[in-house]
Design a protein around this ligand. Structure first.
Ligand code: NAI
Length: 333
């Protein structure tokens, strides 16, 4: 049966990297149909909303979306579409697999870890107010329900993917109640998964360990703010945001996305690297149960990187976006 996928091409380089990824996925043997929808500034112009109902209904109906980057105005204008999507659809788990690619210069070519980030609460609840002029309060919300749900997600993911260890990262030595609750929930859930090692680290130490000895980590579980920061730190260990995939997953749907931005400096030049969105597409195919197609795409992509002849500008080559896509399609077995 064909899968219908909501495709949000996004802004800037979004349409270029999306069309490269669509071309590769269509060549993989997976039966997919696309429902193209708009978000952000383009949707505001066309439909009067940055997150039109039509888009949300499409994701809820199809349960899966592939999303390019969306421009977010800084300090003014509309609020982040990415945060809006996560909140509206309750996409509570943010997944960031971090693995180096052959022939891409990076600090840790052997690294292979996964960051699981709670996506709905913590300081990102947006509950801020001015107490008196000059004093602002921002509320950090941590609940037993959300902490248990994300811990279970991390262990279920580890079991499914054959990963051996989950490390909870926190600051429960200082935030004894909030991070303490997150840690308690993690420990409670871990008892249901005796085959998976469970340990924890304080976030500052975890950052130092990541830079010095990242291979000690397998799956990392973090609250929203620490997860946001640490997942980008981890991307930097293997070559940057232009390469790693991302997914936001909930009961009502899943949005697979490029974690880099819309790169206005190179938009429209056919030089963007579609690898991040492509790797998100591989995650999406696995999520859809299309394991064979996922592996075919991944093998072809790795082959192109291993051969090192067709590489985009950001990783030291001269290939254009569509040339990279063609090379991956031609490398498919
Ligand atoms: P950015 O990620 O768009 O660009 C940073 C640098 O990385 C630029 O030099 C760019 O050319 C390069 N780059 C990014 N992706 C690349 C790719 N696939 N291939 C080759 N080079 C690539 O970050 P920036 O400039 O901070 O943000 C631009 C816009 O994107 C902003 O409006 C921001 O809000 C938005 N943004 C959206 C995200 C999303 O939708 N998930 C995530 C991050 C930023």
């Amino acid at each position: 049966m064909a899968h219908t996928i909501t495709l949000i091409p996004g802004d800037g380089i979004g349409p270029e990297v999306s069309s490269a990824v669509v071309r590769i996925i269509e060549a993989s043997g997976a039966e997919v149909e696309w429902e193209t929808k708009y978000a952000g500034a383009q949707a505001l112009e066309k439909f009067g909303s940055t997150l039109p109902d039509d888009l949300l209904e499409s994701i809820v109906r199809n349960k899966v979306a592939l999303k390019g980057p969306i421009t977010t105005p800084v300090g003014k204008g509309f609020t982040s579409v990415n945060v809006g999507l996560r909140k509206t659809l309750d996409l509570y788990a943010n997944l960031r697999p971090v693995r180096a690619l052959p022939n891409v210069p990076c600090r840790y070519p052997e690294l292979d870890l996964v960051v699981v980030r709670e996506n709905t609460e913590d300081l990102y609840s947006g509950l801020e107010h001015v107490v008196v002029p000059g004093v602002v309060e921002s509320l950090k919300i941590i609940t037993e329900k959300a902490s248990t749900r994300i811990a279970r997600y991390a262990f279920e993911f580890s079991r499914r993917e054959g990963r051996g260890k989950v490390t909870a990262v926190h600051k429960a030595n200082i935030m004894k109640l909030s991070d303490g609750l997150f840690l308690d929930c993690f420990r409670n859930v871990s008892r249901d998964y005796p085959e998976i090692e469970a340990d924890d680290k304080i976030v500052d130490n975890a950052c130092m360990q990541l830079v010095m000895r990242p291979e000690q980590f397998d799956v990392m579980l973090l609250e929203n703010l620490y997860g946001d920061i640490v997942s980008d730190l981890c991307a930097g260990l293997v070559g940057g945001l232009g390469l790693v995939p991302g997914a936001n997953i909930g009961e009502r749907g899943a949005v697979f996305e490029a974690v880099h931005g819309s790169a206005p400096d190179i938009a429209g030049q056919n030089v963007a690297n579609p690898t991040a969105l492509l790797q998100s597409g591989v995650l999406m195919l696995r999520h859809l149960g299309e394991r064979e197609a996922a592996e075919r795409v991944e093998r072809a992509m790795l082959k192109v990187y291993r051969e090192g002849k067709v590489r985009t500008r950001d990783v030291g080559g001269t290939a254009r976006t569509n040339e990279f896509a063609r090379a991956v399609v031609e490398a498919m077995e």
